[in-house]
Design a protein around this ligand. Structure first.
Ligand code: ZN
Length: 435
């Protein structure tokens, strides 16, 4: 039985802000919130100028694209579409060693940023990701890169369904494995129905990219006379829980209606969506279960506290310019998005109330850029970043304690990245010259 307590100035739960409380953790769950001094456990983390927040959820990431970091300049960004021309060809060139290194680097970035759960959009080598999760204690939903329409190298629907099922069986009871679909133009109906059926049979969640490209909407309307989310609805795929839909920038009123009535998770990636797709409608619409995603380390630092600031600026720019309304996408909406609606978007309970999973992010309010933090939640949303995250706790296990990594050897990680530098550089150069 493992138990400890975090004694903090503030604790933010789904019910609101508590002052001078300790969160008592036992066997991976929040046992109680008690006044300072009444913890009844031996191990106490003193965090008297800090706020404990429900763990952050990165609802859309690509853990095995991080080694492309800073290789995507403006010229590449304008390639239509960048994923089939550059991102997928890169993923195909990863061997097991590089996939493991990418997974470790992504996880290290996430732990430093206070992320306690992530949704992988589709890893080319998911076993490497599972290995990195097991050794670090990081939690997330692992998925296999799943598409059956592209070129001669592309696996068949049957093969992908079988590989996903094998992955689910092999990972059983260690990490979560979900079904995934890559992109509506790259998947047959057989594949969509097969993956959906598998998720239902095994009781797992599903994630897919949707409404991220105008060409995709035109493709859907020409081929099916329906828009992308309406196709998913017709095929019964929207009945799977949890469902996390990435991007959804180009959704019609009907599609937003489906999202809302079915309470499907929508993962907005504020930086990437703004750069590649444009402003998102989500800040202007009530009642959608909204989360925040990084879209992977090729595009962002994986710091969700940074993403939330981009979301705030983009969301308000939209609301102010269209409605002259400055209160849209307020601090409480952003906390909800940052924590994936307190974990609900991924089928977890991160409420920080007694009985919930002990997934926590502890932020220091001491740095001068946060001082005097009149409202600590406002300080977190508007001023704090990964550099202020002090502790990251996943399912009651402390992965970072007082900024010291407990389960990840960062020195060794840096050394391994150094050793592979030339190999990575060569892949990127070859890819670029083939464009
Ligand atoms: Zn993506």
């Amino acid at each position: 039985m493992t138990s400890f307590a975090i004694r903090a100035r503030y604790v933010l739960t789904e019910k609101g802000l508590a002052k001078e409380k300790s969160v008592v953790v036992e066997d991976g769950r929040v046992k109680a919130l008690v006044p300072w001094g009444e913890e009844g456990v031996e191990e106490i983390l003193e965090r008297k100028e800090h706020i404990v927040l429900p763990g952050f959820v990165d609802c859309h990431t690509h853990t095995q694209q991080i080694l492309l970091r800073a290789s995507i300049g403006d010229e590449l960004l304008q390639l239509p579409p960048i994923w089939t021309r550059y991102l997928i060809p890169f993923e195909r060139r990863l061997d097991d060693d590089l996939a493991l290194l990418s997974s470790r680097l992504s996880i290290a970035n996430m732990v430093r940023s206070g992320t306690t759960f992530f949704v992988e959009a589709g890893a080319p080598r998911p076993m490497a990701l599972i290995e990195a999760m097991k050794e670090s204690g990081m939690a997330g939903a692992v998925t296999l890169s799943t598409f059956d329409i592209l070129d001669a190298e592309t696996p068949s629907a049957g093969e992908l369904i079988e590989r996903t099922e094998r992955l689910m069986r092999e990972a059983k009871d260690t990490v979560e494995v979900w079904g995934s679909l890559r992109e509506i133009m790259m998947q047959s109906e057989t594949l969509m129905l097969g993956i959906a059926d598998l998720c239902r049979r095994r009781g797992t969640g599903i994630t897919y990219h949707l409404g991220e490209y105008q060409g995709e909407v035109d493709y859907s309307l020409s081929k099916y006379r329906k828009r992308p989310l309406q196709i998913m609805e017709d095929l019964g795929i929207t009945d799977i829980r949890p469902t996390v839909i990435a991007h959804g920038v180009y959704f019609s009123r009907e599609e937003i209606g489906i999202l809302r009535s079915k309470q499907l998770g929508l993962c907005w990636c504020p930086t990437v969506d703004s750069i590649l797709m444009g402003p998102h409608w989500a800040p202007l619409v009530e009642g959608v279960r909204l989360g925040i995603g990084s879209d992977g380390g090729a595009f962002t630092t994986l710091d969700l506290l940074h993403e939330v600031k981009v979301a705030r600026a983009v969301g308000k720019a939209l609301a102010v310019s269209l409605r002259y309304e400055k209160t849209a996408l307020g601090t409480s909406d952003l906390i909800k998005a940052l924590t994936g609606d307190f974990g609900r978007i991924v089928g977890h309970n991160n409420s920080l109330l007694p009985g919930s999973e002990a997934n926590m992010t502890v932020v220091s309010l001491e740095p001068q850029w946060l001082y005097p933090a009149h409202d600590p939640v406002e300080a977190v949303i508007s001023f704090a970043g990964a550099r202020d995250v002090v502790d990251t706790v996943v399912a009651g296990r402390i992965l970072m304690r007082g900024r010291k990594m407990e389960t990840i050897d960062e020195g060794k990680l840096t050394e391994d990245l150094g050793k592979n530098r030339e190999k990575i550089k060569k892949i990127v150069e070859e890819l670029k010259s083939s464009l």
